[in-house]
Write a protein that binds this ligand. Structure first.
Ligand code: IPE
Ligand code: IPE
Ligand code: MG
Length: 264
């Protein structure tokens, strides 16, 4: 259960610094290609960009950082690329989780872990339980994640809970009944979505949770992302007026004269 606001049920609080930033880390392959390197070189540099971005988020006071690392559709890639990505994931889990723990960062993974190597599943479980009490920053890695998968698994859990409770399976499903079963119910909905690599699409990321998220697209390739690029994205966010269905006039009437445009 959560006490976070659903943007479609209640108007959520808006702060100058986004509380939750969700990123599609795209462009590793192109970064490598530009350098006549194999795609895997781009993925390796991508891990370094993750390290820098996590640090920068901590410094800015961002509370939740969610990174799309592997989509439910990425299995369609050549088998050798998929297995390199799995190896990189294992190595990152082995080398980085201890550091996250030292830095008071809570580590979470969302996605269907069933098809993964048991070693990955074990490392994920260990990392999550080691860091579960940290609240400075929550780093979520989305692995074998798909927004449609998330909604479908949540709906199945709604039905299973009803069956156990002996509730009417045909009764209308409410948001309040559904959202606690979404895989990121421990986090507020993202305030800022970033996609690197120049494509302007969601690629089956957090479909439900992005309903009122501010979207930011940059041509920067993921391996080149870091503090400076994050600052640009946050600066863009701070120029937005988050209306959640209301008019601009309503927002301005409710704000003190000196409040910034982002009404935080
Ligand atoms: C993102 O970079 C990493 C993953 C999807 C795992 P890409 O590998 O998609 O890089 P491009 O889009 O081919 O440049
Ligand atoms: C989205 O990137 C998924 C991740 C970054 C993990 P893709 O490169 O797979 O997206 P598409 O296929 O171009 O939409
Ligand atoms: Mg891509």
């Amino acid at each position: 259960m959560t006490d976070f606001t659903s943007a479609t049920q209640t108007i959520p609080p808006v702060f100058t610094v986004p509380r939750h930033v969700a990123i599609i880390m795209d462009g590793n392959g192109r970064w490598a290609k530009q350098r006549y390197l194999p795609r895997v070189a781009g993925h390796k540099r991508g891990v370094e960009a993750v390290r820098e971005t996590v640090k920068a988020c901590g410094d800015l006071g961002i509370e939740y950082l969610t990174l799309f690392a592997f989509s439910s559709e990425n299995w369609r890639r050549p088998q050798d690329e998929v297995s390199v990505l799995m190896q990189l994931f294992i190595r990152a889990l082995e080398q980085e989780v201890g550091k996250l723990n030292t830095n008071n960062i809570r580590f979470k993974v969302v996605g269907d872990l069933a098809p993964f190597d048991p070693r990955i599943v074990e490392l994920v479980k260990r990392g999550e339980s080691l860091t579960e009490n940290h609240r400075t920053l929550t780093l979520t890695v989305a692995a074998n994640y798909g927004g449609r998968w998330d909604m479908m698994q949540a709906m199945q859990k709604v039905m299973a809970a009803r069956a156990i409770a002996g509730a009417d399976p045909a009764a209308p499903v409410t948001e309040a009944e559904f959202t606690p079963h979404l895989s990121m119910s421990y986090a507020p909905e993202p305030d800022l979505f970033i996609r690197t690599g120049g494509e302007q699409r969601i690629s089956n990321f957090l479909l439900w949770q992005l309903a009122y998220t501010e979207l930011y697209f940059t041509d920067a390739l993921w391996p080149d992302f870091g503090r400076a690029e994050l600052d640009k994205a946050v600066a863009s966010y701070q120029q937005r007026e988050r209306r959640f269905g209301r008019t601009s006039e309503q927002l301005r009437a409710a704000l003190p004269e000196s409040a910034p445009a982002a009404n935080g």
